[in-house]
Design a protein. Structure first.
Length: 367
């Protein structure tokens, strides 16, 4: 064979191999093309992701498994302990699709692909239901306010009035009991009747109009004592019922607020300047709330409502209105070839009512 034909053949072969190499580099083989199982990252977060004996279930899981992509492509679930770990794995490409209630925001969109939203949510506050209104707390609060000292002076005045009234009646009232024990008891009853009811018992008027004036003055004093004791006890009980009581965001100032690691609630709490304590799991945060290590716990509204409904034995409740509304979606690595397909199929499930049916299945209503 002539040399020129050999050279031409070698050049053609090299050019063909170079073209194939360029095509290979331009279109990298992904898990779906190669037939490998997709890695679906999950973070257990009821009611969106729950782990049972037969695998995973929940709003997000059911939605993913309803998508046509999940039926035509092999996949396997990989669980992560915290949402922060799941999002990091999504960023570095260890996860093909992150399936849970991932809040869509600008910060995350810079670091990963996010599908179009398929669920509307927001934040709410979880607090304990315990209220320190026992008798011991009441007495302690009265002492802290200085009212017990005033009560001691009132008791001293009542004792002195009892003794004076006893001496007075023993001298001027012939029908008054002769024994000191009986006389003091009679006088003490008279004094306490005025102090507690504002009405004196029926007594003989020994000094005419001057006696009536004296009885009227004593009656006014008794009413004043009764009003003072009643008002102070009422004010202290009201203060006890309101102390530490959280009804919304405006009550979180100066309180210890718990959040989950890697969530938008963490960013929100720190951004508002709250005394923020971070937990890896919701159960740990709720335990801290019950043990009074924190005063409130901020989390996604549907998650909190579901948690309270599933744990009626715990002394917790959701309080306040919805704030910081947001939307949930799935997350994928940046520029993932699956983003468009997952988004289109998720929107299709939303348009056809599949998402609403899943919501009703787990939440009992359309949130």
């Amino acid at each position: 064979m002539p040399t020129e034909f050999k050279d031409a053949g070698s050049s053609f072969l090299r050019a063909a191999l170079a073209s194939l190499l360029l095509i290979f580099l331009a279109f990298p083989v992904n898990a779906q093309d190669a037939g490998e199982a997709l890695v679906i990252g999950v973070h257990v977060d009821p009611p969106f992701v729950m782990k049972g004996g037969e695998g995973y279930e929940g709003v997000a899981i059911d939605l993913w498994e309803s998508l046509p992509l999940s039926g035509t492509t092999p996949y396997r679930y990989t669980e992560y302990e915290s949402l922060r770990d799941l999002l990091r794995a999504t960023e570095n490409g260890s996860v093909d699709v992150a399936v849970t209630n991932i809040i869509i925001n600008q910060s995350r969109a810079h670091r990963m692909d996010l599908t179009q939203p398929w669920f509307d949510g927001g934040m709410r506050i979880l607090v304990g239901t315990d209220k320190p209104t026992g008798f011991r707390n009441l007495v302690g609060a009265l002492g802290d306010a200085g009212f017990l000292r005033s009560y001691a002076w009132i008791a001293l005045v009542i004792l002195a009035a009892t003794l004076l009234l006893t001496v007075f009646d023993r001298r001027f009232d012939k029908n008054f009991p002769g024994r000191w024990r009986d006389g003091i008891a009679e006088s003490f009853y008279s004094v306490m009747s005025v102090a507690t009811t504002g009405r004196p018992p029926v007594r003989k008027n020994l000094f005419g109009w001057m006696g009536r004036i004296w009885q009227a003055i004593w009656l006014v004093c008794g009413i004043a004592v009764l009003a003072y004791v009643t008002s102070t006890v009422t004010s202290v009980m009201t203060t006890l019922s309101l102390t530490g009581h959280i009804n919304g965001l405006e009550d979180l100032g100066g309180k210890r607020v718990g959040v989950l690691a890697g969530t938008v609630e963490e960013e929100f709490s720190i951004g508002r300047g709250y005394q923020t304590l971070i937990y890896n799991t919701r159960d740990k945060a709720v335990h801290a709330l019950i043990e009074k290590e924190i005063d409130a716990f901020i989390d996604d509204a549907p998650v909190l409502e579901y948690y309270v409904r599933k744990h009626p034995e715990l002394p917790i409740r959701v309080t306040g209105s919805l704030f910081e509304p947001h939307k949930y979606g799935f997350a994928l690595p940046l520029q993932s070839p699956l983003t468009r397909d997952v988004t289109i199929e998720a929107l299709g499930a939303l348009d056809t009512g599949v998402v609403d049916a899943i919501r009703r299945k787990y939440l009992g209503h359309v949130f």
